[in-house]
Design a protein around this ligand. Structure first.
Ligand code: 3PG
Length: 306
C-alpha cells in the first residue's frame, strides 16, 4: 500500500516523522512530494498511490484521472474547497477532511494579527487594546470556539452569528447569539470570519454588511479570500479611513491596497493559519490514521463526498 503526502507548503519535519510512524506501523510505504511548484509533479507522483494526503493542494479531475489506484484522499485540514468532490465520487475515491485539528492555530493567528494591528505594527506610536472591545464571530465552528475562548482571556465582548449553531450552544460558550449577520456587523468593532468557502458563502461579505460596522472597524479573515466581495471591500476602504482588513492570504485586489491603503491592512504572504508544528502534527497524523482506519475497518466518519 502506497501513501503519498503531496504538500505544496510542506508540513514541519516533526509532523512528517509522526505521519511516517503511523504508516510504518500499518506496513504501508510513505512517499513525499513536498514544496512542489509544478502541478505536473503531482500528476506523476500520484500515479501509483493508494492513499493521498494533501493540504490546500488542488485535487482536480485531472489529478484523479492520473491516480489510477487511488482509493482515498484526505485533506489534512478543515476546508476542502480544494477537492473536486464530484470527481472524487465519479472516480470511486473517498474524500475526507480532519475537522478541528488545526483550529487553535488559526484562532491564534487571528489574534496575532489583531494585536499587531492594534499596536500599529510596533512602530512606536500609541495604539489601542483589545480589552473591552467587541468581537463578532461570523460562523461558530471549531475555530470560532477557540476564538471565543481566547477573546475571553483578553476581556473582549464576544458575539456570534451562525445559522447552523443554536443560541444555547453559543451562550454556553459565553457568547452573545446574534439573530442575523446584520446585527453582528452593526454591533462589533472587530468581525472575524470563520465560514467555509461554498457556493453560498462566496462573495457574501461585501458592502452591505461592512458598511454597518461601527467606527474603527477591523475585518479579520482567516477563512478564504473567496468569501469576500472585493469590490464592496474596496468601496468601504475608499469611503472610510477608519477601516482595516487583516487577512491570511492576499486578496486579488492587493495591488490597490499597496497603492492606496498603506498601514490599514495585513496580508500574510502564504496561508499561515495552520502553519504551526502542533497543527501540522494534529492534522497530518489524523489524516494518516484516518487512511489506515479506512483501509482496515472501512471507517468513513470524516467522509465529505457522501
Ligand atoms: C484549513 O482549511 O484547514 C486551513 O485553511 C489550512 O490550510 P493549509 O493546510 O493549506 O495551511
Amino acid at each position: 500500500m502506497k501513501i503519498l503526502v503531496a504538500t505544496e507548503k510542506a508540513f514541519a519535519p516533526v509532523a512528517v516523522k509522526l505521519i511516517r510512524e503511523v504508516t510504518d506501523a500499518a506496513g504501508y510505504e510513505l512517499v513525499l512530494l513536498e514544496n512542489y511548484k509544478d502541478p505536473a509533479d503531482l500528476l506523476k507522483a500520484v500515479a501509483d498511490a493508494d492513499g493521498l494526503i494533501v493540504r490546500s493542494d488542488m485535487v482536480t479531475a485531472q489529478v484523479l484521472d492520473a491516480a489510477k489506484k487511488l482509493k482515498i484522499v484526505v485533506r489534512a485540514g478543515a476546508g476542502y474547497d480544494n477537492l473536486d468532490l464530484a470527481s472524487c465520487t465519479a472516480h470511486n475515491v473517498v474524500a475526507m477532511n480532519t475537522p478541528g485539528q488545526n483550529s487553535n492555530a488559526v484562532a491564534e493567528l487571528a489574534f496575532e494579527m489583531m494585536l499587531y494591528n492594534a499596536r500599529g505594527g510596533f512602530a512606536g506610536k500609541s495604539g489601542s487594546e483589545l480589552r473591552g472591545k467587541s468581537l463578532g464571530l461570523h460562523a461558530f465552528g471549531n475555530v470560532g470556539k477557540f476564538m471565543a475562548e481566547i477573546a475571553g482571556g483578553f476581556g473582549m465582548k464576544v458575539s456570534a452569528y451562525d445559522p447552523f449553531v443554536t443560541s444555547e450552544e453559543m451562550k454556553k460558550a459565553g457568547v452573545y447569539p446574534c439573530a442575523n449577520a446584520e446585527e453582528l456587523y452593526r454591533t462589533c468593532q472587530y468581525v472575524s470570519l470563520h465560514m467555509p468557502a461554498t457556493e453560498k458563502t462566496k462573495k457574501s461579505i461585501g458592502y452591505g454588511l461592512l458598511s454597518l460596522m461601527p467606527p474603527d472597524s477591523v475585518l479579520v479573515n482567516t477563512a478564504r479570500k473567496e468569501v469576500i466581495d472585493e469590490d464592496g471591500l474596496l468601496k468601504i476602504f475608499e469611503e472610510r479611513k477608519d477601516f482595516s482588513y487583516l487577512a491570511d492570504v492576499e486578496p486579488d485586489c492587493k495591488p490597490v491596497f499597496e497603492e492606496k491603503y498603506k498601514g490599514r491592512y495585513i496580508f500574510t504572504a502564504k496561508k499561515m493559519g495552520a502553519q504551526t508544528e502542533e497543527a501540522n502534527i494534529n492534522a497530518g497524523v489524523a489524516a494518516a490514521r484516518q487512511i489506515v482506519d479506512y483501509f482496515r475497518n472501512g471507517n468513513i466518519k470524516f467522509q465529505v463526498n457522501k
